[in-house]
Design a protein around this ligand. Structure first.
Ligand code: KG4
Ligand code: ZN
Length: 360
């Protein structure tokens, strides 16, 4: 199946062309994956401005589509999609609508079926897009049951995954998402948006020191909840951690600018606390479910320290570990192609309308 996929849920405009084949397990070959990032446009505002995002998507979509056609022509491949798929949620509704309307136009013009896709399912399946050994090509029967951690700017979710088409939510954040906490701490440290990669860069500077994880003990919210509170075992909370960083800076520095060394220590200490919670809860879930593998995905999965720690702990728990290639961690349309295809396999039809709060 040849798939054209479109993603406009937040601040990245994505268009991709991929081939999907059904077998004992789905296989994807990504031939074109174009992303136009709006980071520079939103940066002065310290976060994504929905109407600006919408305007940029409207501008970018036709340009990216034209580029995709050129790339296909250069490959000698005709533009004959069997399916067009577009993100319908979750995300910013004005942004989602631009993708949906554009996809509807193409579906009509080329007389191709159009299917909605869930952005979170896109993240979940993104590890299947890996091209090299150790990624999808290494997938074996050992995959399921699996535990998946989806960590992005808007979500922190733990799933029990029984098969490619069946999963159950184990836990989620009760307040801020992990990526949101990274972004807010970055703002406190005067780092540019998006803050996740900037906090990671700073934290990495601490790595060679006597205290590689930082010297400040920030709280690890909900790390060890009451054992009788079943839900709390797998739920997260990051707003208290962010507030602890805020109070630390306010009380310790009282308006005095932070030195580079202080920022590095705060970034490293915050990242250690956040990762402690993410890794501990994921491994707890994996052990509890008797999982054969752990899947890490979403924008925060681009964090090298998180990848390394979860990989190590998964091995200790006897689980295989899967994470997408770096280029598929952040929002992209290739993963939406995978999600649209998988939704079709399980006969799930999403309404073709922007659904900001769509769940997985
Ligand atoms: O999945 P994504 O691109 O968009 C959403 O669906 O939300 O995730 C974006 C989030 C942002 O909060 C960003 O700061 C965070 O992922 N992020 C990171 C890193 N790279 C991106 N967080 C920590 N470390 C990183 N290297
Ligand atoms: Zn995302």
């Amino acid at each position: 199946m040849r798939i054209l996929a479109i993603e406009t849920s937040c601040d990245e405009t994505g268009i991709a062309w991929l081939h999907a084949t059904k077998g004992t397990r789905p296989r994807f070959k990504v031939l074109v994956n174009l992303v136009a990032s709006q980071i520079a446009i939103h940066r002065p505002f310290g976060g994504v401005v929905p109407n600006l995002a919408k305007r940029e998507h409207q501008k970018n979509l036709p340009v990216l589509f034209k580029r995709l056609l050129t790339r296909l022509a250069a490959r000698g491949e005709a533009f004959k999609p069997d399916l067009i798929t577009v993100t319908v949620g979750p995300g910013l509704e004005p942004a989602l609508w631009t993708g949906i309307v554009f996809a509807q136009g193409l579906a009509k013009r080329y007389r191709v079926p159009l299917a909605g896709a869930n952005h979170l399912e896109g993240h979940l399946y993104s590890f299947l897009l890996a091209e090299k050994k150790g990624g999808a090509s290494a997938l074996s029967k050992k995959l399921f049951p699996a535990v998946a951690l989806i960590v992005s700017g808007g979500h922190t979710i733990l799933l029990n995954v029984d098969s490619f088409t069946k999963w159950k939510r184990l836990g989620e954040t009760r307040d801020d998402a992990a990526g949101e906490a990274f972004d807010k701490v970055a703002r406190l440290l005067d780092l540019p948006y998006p803050g996740g990669p900037e906090v990671e860069k700073l934290a990495a500077r601490q790595a060679g020191s006597k205290h590689p994880g930082g010297t400040i003990t920030f709280p690890r919210p909900m790390l060890n909840p009451d054992p009788h509170d079943r839900e709390a075992q797998y739920d997260f909370s990051f707003s208290g951690l962010k507030t602890a960083v805020l109070y630390y800076v306010r009380d310790r520095y009282r308006g005095v600018p932070l030195s580079a060394a202080a920022k590095t220590d705060i970034a490293a200490s915050f990242q250690t606390a956040a990762l402690d919670v993410l890794v501990t809860k994921t491994i707890r879930a994996a052990r509890g479910a008797g999982a054969r593998s752990v899947i890490l995905c979403g924008g925060v999965a681009a964090n090298k320290a998180l990848r390394a720690r979860l990989k190590k702990e998964s091995a200790k728990a006897g689980c295989a570990f899967f994470v997408p290639d770096f280029k598929y961690n952040l929002d992209n349309a290739a993963m939406i192609g995978a999600a649209g295809y998988m939704a079709k396999l399980r006969k799930k039809r999403y309404k073709l309308a922007a659904q900001g709060g769509l769940e997985i």
